[in-house]
Design a protein around this ligand. Structure first.
Ligand code: F6R
Length: 608
């Protein structure tokens, strides 16, 4: 998604703004721009494509202003070209914007009728003209922004720079995050604490509806009813050093290899190693024995984590679990009983559909527990209970370590809840916890299969379609494998419950179709064997991910077998996720694709 940076500085700000925007590159974007004030006049440079294009423009035509705003744009309204890139400007102001202005058409028509001329196809430009129009009506910049904000519908974050105002930036947050950074004689705005990390670790997160007026000495904050408010100043944990690939070629590779450590760290947040039991770091604000159902809501990879958790929660807690794609759930007017439990799962904690579902569930009186990776995110703040994943910042757009940390957290929650309900006894708990504690070591063993995975990736890169099959918790992992491959390689891939094969997709199987079968040694392995045989009998090219003897046991010949370390049956998804991720990664590398920023994708999807 788009990124915003604003600086009131003591030296030229254009290049520092670009450097800060680079730290937001992971969110995905397709054009960028920066505006500053030179002798009180607005000057801007914009470029299509990567930030290096903007940098080149700035080297050829430097900007010397000491106050400025910058933006990376992920196109929603209008193509990703220079004219649509932000900042959008009038003679009086420049503005950058994340999110969507839903009523831009009617506002635009009214402004065009007043004679205002638009240069772009974007919804953002309407904000520039609206505030300009109000200023021409006699309002000063602060009053004009205050008057404009209530007229905008949608979910957005905005930052404004005004001609002739070398000591003023205004930021507004409604639905999309925005933070104020405090420096020494300098002030900053950023859509993400990560962007502010090189400048300051003293950060104030705006609450939804807040807007902020910054000058060199500080920030005045107002709520949505324009009442002055104080918000806490926090020390941001996003270190300036964190955005570093180390010796890896891509962040994605680094993040896959970080999994033993971050999954271990996440597990130790929920496990008491001395007793080998679950120790949830929060009190449940309700009586779990009164629950009759659990609802899990999420998008994309986080949804796959939710689907996996359904298997654990139903087994350990003996409660029915509904898992829903948040974008569908939020508009379905689904009935929910007050007092029930809703779990939202999100890496960013900002995904628009998941956030809207959280609010819907809360409005119906559900207790909301958020499994999120960004503890300062909106979901983390709005949920009743925060269950953090301790994956650290995930920069690769395709989620990897956040996914396994979500699985680790959800596994611990399922066991903890099972104990609280009395559906799991102490002995079962300690056995499950022992299985979980072995996972980081097993992930290390799984990463050692990388050379074999690279070899398979070379063959897979020629495929037109790929099928992923699995049963039990390997079914959501099959969906996740197909999603990862599509995202990174742009090869068409489908995930299926292996038992569904004969109900349709078997028609696709022939000698040109690679079929990745996830067959861990779990309770449904024998059933998966039948599906392996069905594929083999039709000449399908099997890539088998399972125990070393899986092909032999299934009496099939696989095109390739990835022998996974022996492990107990319950949490195989946490370990088998690794070859699934590495396979997609290496196919992308072989094909020369950008593994960190796949085309058209954004990291934090703060629009619907
Ligand atoms: C896929 C991926 C996305 C996200 C989805 C939800 O690799 O990363 O599918 O999982 O956009 O994002 P969060 O978890 O931030 O809510």
């Amino acid at each position: 998604m788009c990124g915003i940076v604003g600086i009131i500085g003591t030296a030229p700000v254009a290049l520092p703004i670009v450097d800060a925007l680079k730290r937001l590159e992971y969110r995905g974007y397709d054009s960028a721009g920066v505006a500053t004030l030179e002798d009180g006049r607005l000057t801007r440079r914009r470029a299509e494509g990567k930030l290096r294009n903007l940098e080149r423009t700035l080297l050829e035509q430097p900007l010397s202003g000491r106050i400025g705003i910058g933006h990376t744009r992920w196109a929603t309204h209008g193509r990703p070209n220079e004219a649509n890139a932000h900042p959008h400007a009038t003679e009086r102001l420049a503005v950058v914007h994340n999110g969507i202005i839903e009523n831009f058409r009617e506002l635009r028509e009214a402004l065009v009728a007043k004679g205002r001329v638009f240069d772009s196809e974007t919804d953002t430009e309407v904000v520039a003209h609206l505030v300009t129009d109000l200023m021409e009506g006699g309002l000063d910049p602060v009053a004009a922004v205050a008057a404009a904000l209530p007229r905008l519908k949608g979910a957005f974050a905005l930052a404004f720079l005004f001609a002739g105002e070398p000591d003023l930036l205004i930021g507004a947050r409604r639905g999309a995050p925005l933070a104020v950074g405090h420096g020494e004689g300098e002030m900053f705005l950023g859509s993400d604490a990560m962007a502010l990390a090189p400048f300051t670790d003293a950060v104030t997160y705006l609450e939804d509806g807040d807007w902020a007026v910054l000058d060199r000495t500080g920030a005045r904050l107002f709520d949505e009813r324009d009442r002055p408010v104080q918000r806490p100043r926090q020390t941001s944990a996003a270190s300036a050093l964190l955005v570093d690939k180390g010796h890896y070629r891509h962040f994605m590779a680094k993040e896959i290899h970080e999994q033993p450590e971050v999954v271990g760290r996440t597990l130790s947040h929920y496990i008491d190693p001395a007793t080998g039991t679950i120790r949830l770091p929060f009190e449940l604000p309700f009586d779990p024995t009164r629950l009759d159902r659990i609802t899990i809501l999420a998008c994309g990879t986080a949804y796959m984590a939710g689907l996996t958790a359904k298997y654990w929660l139903e087994r350990f807690c003996r409660l029915p679990v509904d898992v829903d794609v948040a974008s569908e759930f939020r508009y379905r007017e689904a009935p929910m009983r007050a007092g029930g439990l809703t779990i939202v799962v999100s890496q960013s904690g900002e995904t628009a559909d998941t956030l809207a579902s959280l609010r819907y569930a809360k409005a119906l009186g559900q207790h909301v527990l958020a499994v999120v990776n960004v503890p300062t995110s909106t979901m983390a703040r709005e949920a009743d209970i925060l269950a953090p994943t301790l994956a650290g910042p995930e920069i690769g757009v395709a989620s990897t370590k956040a996914f396994t940390c979500q699985l680790a957290t959800l596994a611990c929650l399922a066991i903890g809840l099972g104990r609280a309900l009395g559906t799991l006894d102490r002995e079962a708990e300690t056995a499950l916890v022992a299985e979980l504690m072995a996972v980081p070591g097993l992930i290390v063993a799984a990463t050692r299969r990388e050379p074999a995975i690279e070899a398979i990736a070379r063959t897979l890169s020629h495929a037109r379609d790929v099928l992923y099959l699995g049963r039990g918790t390997s079914y959501p992992l099959a969906l996740e494998g197909a999603l990862k491959l599509k995202e990174l390689s742009y090869i068409h891939a489908e995930g299926y419950a292996a038992g569904e094969l004969k109900h349709g997709p078997i028609a696709l199987i022939d000698e040109t179709m690679p079929v990745v079968v996830l067959a861990p040694p779990d309770a449904v392995f024998e059933k998966t064997v039948s599906n392996l045989q069905e594929v083999a009998a039709r000449g399908g090219r099997i890539i088998l991910i399972g125990a070393a003897d899986a092909a032999e046991t299934a009496a099939i010949t696989a095109d390739a077998t990835l022998a996974m370390p022996p492990m107990p049956p319950t949490f195989t998804a946490l370990v088998y996720a690794v070859p699934v991720q590495l396979l997609a990664y290496h196919v992308a590398v072989v094909m020369g694709n950008d593994a960190d920023q796949p085309r058209n994708l954004a990291k934090s999807v703060t629009v619907e």
